[in-house]
Design a protein around this ligand. Structure first.
Ligand SMILES: Cc1cc2nc3c(=O)[nH]c(=O)nc-3n(C[C@H](O)[C@H](O)[C@H](O)COP(=O)(O)O)c2cc1C
Length: 331
C-alpha cells in the first residue's frame, strides 16, 4: 500500500490534496464532502480586514446617528444583543468545522495592517484553527513605494503576528516580487513555517460601453501550474519551510510534478469549483496509480527528487533554454 502522507506546517496529513480558500470551504456541507472525498486538510475563505473595518465604521456611524439630537439617547444601546460581526461568524465557523471534521482546519486572514491582524489572529487561534494562512493581497501601485518597503510590510506583519500567536503561520504570496527566492528566505527567517506559491491576482477589466472598471474573475487552467512548479523547483532545498503549490493544479499530472519538485502539498480550488468536491477522490486515485506504476513507496520518497538541487539539468529551470525555445517555435 502506497503511503500518501505528507507533512505540512508541522501537521501530519494523510495525503497532499488540500482545498484552498474558496466558496467550497465556506460551508460545512461542502467541507464535509471535501473530507469524504479525501481532502487531508482545508483552508477556510479569508477573513477580510477591510470587511471588518467597514463593518466597524458602519456600526460607529449607526451609533452616532442614533444619538445625534437626542439627549436621552446617549445611553441608548442600538446594537441588538444577537448581533454577530464578521469576526464572530468566522470564529463560529472554525468551532463548527473543528467539531464536525477530522481534518485540520486552516484559517485565513487577508489584510495589510498589523493591528487588525494581531487581534484577529489571536481569536482565530483561540477558536481552534490548526494553522493560519496570511493572504496579503497587496498591489503596490504607488510609485513612491519601493520594493524594499513592500517587502518590509510583509515581514513586519509576520514578525508582529508571530509574537502573539503560537500556531503555525504560512504566507500566501503572489509571484510579483523582484526576488521570490530571497523573499521566501526572509519570511522563513522572520518565523513563517510555510509559504503558499502563488496567489492569483484577479485582473480588472474595462467595460467599453460604460467605460467603468469591472471586476473579473477567471478560473485557472493547468498552464498556470508551470510558474509554480518552476519556482518551487528553484527554492526547494535552499529554504527550510513547508511549501504549498497553489494555482493551476487541475490534473493528477500537475500535482505529481509539484510534488516531484518539492511541494509538500498542492492546493485545489478552480478544479473543485468546476468538477465538484468529489473530484478529489479521482485525483487521489490517479496519484496513487502513478506512484505504484513508477515504483515509489511513498509521497515522501518522491518529494523534491526533481528540485533544482537534484535535477540533472538545473539550467533548464532558469534562463538557459530561453533562446532555444524561441528558435524552436514553428507554426
Ligand atoms: C471564487 C474564489 C474565491 C476565493 N477566495 C479566496 C479567499 O477568500 N482567500 C484566499 O486566500 N484565496 C481565495 N481564492 C484563491 C484560491 O484559494 C486559490 O489560491 C486560487 O484560485 C488559485 O488556485 P486554483 O488555480 O486552484 O484556483 C479564491 C478563489 C476563487 C476562485
Amino acid at each position: 500500500m502506497i503511503d500518501l502522507s505528507t507533512e505540512y506546517l508541522g501537521l501530519k496529513l494523510e495525503n497532499p490534496l488540500v482545498p484552498s480558500s474558496s466558496p467550497l470551504t465556506a460551508e460545512l456541507d461542502s467541507a464535509k464532502k471535501l473530507e469524504d472525498a479525501g481532502a487531508s486538510a482545508l483552508v477556510l475563505p479569508s477573513l477580510f480586514e477591510e470587511a471588518i473595518e467597514y463593518e466597524q465604521k458602519q456600526l460607529e456611524r449607526f451609533v452616532s446617528s442614533q444619538s445625534l439630537g437626542h439627549y436621552e439617547a446617549q445611553s441608548y444601546q442600538p446594537v441588538p444583543d444577537d448581533y454577530s460581526s464578521e469576526l464572530d461568524n468566522y470564529l463560529e465557523r472554525i468551532q463548527q468545522f473543528k467539531a464536525a471534521l477530522d481534518i485540520p482546519v486552516i484559517a485565513s486572514l487577508n489584510g495589510i495592517s498589523t493591528n487588525g491582524w494581531i487581534d484577529s489572529g489571536k481569536e482565530l487561534q483561540q477558536a481552534g484553527a490548526d494553522a493560519l494562512e496570511l493572504n496579503v493581497y497587496y498591489i503596490a501601485g504607488d510609485p513612491d513605494t519601493s520594493g524594499e518597503e513592500v517587502e518590509e510590510r510583509y515581514l513586519q506583519l509576520l514578525t508582529d503576528l508571530r509574537e502573539h500567536i503560537s500556531i503555525p503561520v504560512t504566507m500566501k504570496l503572489s509571484s510579483q516580487f523582484s526576488s521570490i527566492a530571497n523573499m521566501v528566505l526572509k519570511l522563513q527567517q522572520a518565523g513563517a513555517q510555510g509559504v503558499s506559491l502563488f496567489n492569483r491576482f484577479y485582473q480588472p477589466d474595462i467595460d467599453l460601453e460604460t467605460l467603468q472598471i469591472k471586476p473579473h474573475l477567471d478560473l485557472s487552467s493547468s498552464m498556470d501550474s508551470l510558474l509554480r512548479i518552476r519556482w518551487i523547483a528553484l527554492i526547494r532545498g535552499r529554504v527550510d519551510l513547508s511549501i504549498a503549490a497553489t494555482g493551476g493544479f487541475h490534473r493528477a499530472e500537475d500535482i505529481i510534478k509539484a510534488l516531484l519538485v518539492g511541494a509538500d502539498i498542492t492546493h485545489l480550488c478552480s478544479v473543485l469549483l468546476q468538477k465538484g468536491p468529489e473530484h478529489i477522490a479521482v485525483l487521489k486515485q490517479e496519484l496513487q496509480y502513478w506512484l505504484e506504476e513508477h515504483e515509489y513507496d511513498s509521497v515522501t520518497q518522491m518529494k523534491g527528487s526533481v528540485s533544482k538541487s537534484c535535477a540533472i539539468n538545473p539550467a533548464a529551470l532558469e534562463h538557459c533554454n530561453y533562446m532555444h525555445i524561441i528558435k524552436s517555435y514553428s507554426q
